[in-house]
Design a protein around this ligand. Structure first.
Ligand code: NCD
Length: 333
């Protein structure tokens, strides 16, 4: 059997979990059960000391992690790198814009060459939905793939940092919360992963608030309630999650103007006041102030937007440490 045959054979079925349910690749929150999501939250919490400051461990000491960001990113890329360094990993960042991808090399060939440089883990962001799954089928066993966002499809570490933030900041358990996701649901991988994680963790009242043009067809099938009127949708919510209009994913402009959109769907102080007192205001970033959210709300007392960023480090530490442990168990180490 050639090397290529062996890789393709090994890849035919490559689940993200071991037989015992341990994570090997972290590709999506779909397919993970409540206990598995709670385990990620518990593991992430273990990285905070008594004063709530992040700590360091050696769980990835001697491992080489490569960050492959084919799409722009500030928070996700930097918090992954911060997390890798806190876990003691050797970190390599590939500058995609200056890599051989621009000379026509396929994703598979890039991957195999990077693998030959002794990678133990790839963290990948790609504009193609399914890119992380594809990579998990192409690498040799024991190399972990972590999805840092693939096309419109999934952004599982963002979902888990959102869940960690709700766990730390909300005053009620998940199954008593009303959560609203507001904005461009249709083009948002964050919305898809958030809805899945919220449902798995037991949230019964999930609302999506957007104009029809920014809602995927058949969204009701996800078990969410749909509001085209934000002033009705936010009433008595415990958590408001704002989303950016994903202009880069929209072929033709769907909105008359940013100021019209802000009037109709912007998260303003008046609208936050219609939610529960002390409702959390969240946003994955990057934020467009004055379009989907008012500056006074983004910087206001109910905003936990910068806490989300800090929680992103702990969640990414947890996911990478669990994946390496899962890979070791798979290898029988
Ligand atoms: C999100 C993303 O890239 O999907 N941002 C992030 O990871 N913090 C959301 C967005 O780009 O709007």
């Amino acid at each position: 059997m050639t090397d290529v045959d062996a890789r393709l054979n090994a890849s035919l079925v490559r689940p993200q979990l071991n037989d015992d349910g341990a994570i090997r690749h972290f590709l999506g929150v779909e397919g993970l059960n409540k206990a598995q999501l709670e385990n990620i939250i518990t593991k992430a919490m273990s990285y905070f000391d008594q004063d709530g400051k992040l700590t360091n461990t050696e769980e990835l000491a001697g491992r080489t992690v490569m960050n492959l960001f084919f799409e722009p990113s500030t928070r996700t890329r930097m918090t992954f790198e911060a997390a890798q360094k806190r876990l003691g990993a050797n970190v390599l960042n590939i500058d995609i814009a200056r890599s051989s991808t621009t000379k026509g090399e396929s994703l598979r060939d890039t991957l195999w060459n990077l693998e030959a440089m002794s990678a133990d883990m790839f963290v990948v962001r790609h504009n193609a939905s399914g890119a992380a799954h594809f990579m998990a089928t192409q690498v040799t066993p024991n190399i972990a793939i972590i999805n840092a966002g693939d096309g419109w499809h999934a952004h599982p570490t963002q979902a888990m940092l959102d869940m960690l933030t709700i766990h730390r900041e909300a005053t009620k358990p998940f199954d008593e919360l009303s959560v609203a996701i507001i904005g461009d649901i249709k083009h948002s991988r964050v919305a898809r992963s958030d809805i899945s994680a919220l449902k798995t963790l037991g949230v019964k009242d999930i609302r999506v608030i957007a104009p029809r043009t920014l809602l995927p067809k058949g969204i009701e099938r996800y078990g969410v309630s749909v509001f085209e009127n934000i002033d009705e949708g936010v009433v008595d919510c415990d958590v408001l999650i704002g989303l950016r209009i994903q202009n880069e994913r929209i072929g033709s402009p769907l909105l008359a103007s940013s100021s019209e959109y802000f009037k109709a769907y912007g998260i303003t102080d008046e609208r936050v006041a219609k939610a529960r007192p002390n409702a959390l205001v969240m946003h994955p970033g990057p934020m467009n102030r004055g379009v989907e959210i008012a500056s006074s709300v983004a910087d206001g007392p109910q905003s936990v937007i910068l806490k989300q960023v800090n929680n992103g480090i702990a969640v990414r530490m947890a996911v990478m440490a669990l994946s390496v442990a899962g890979q070791d168990a798979y290898k029988g180490l």
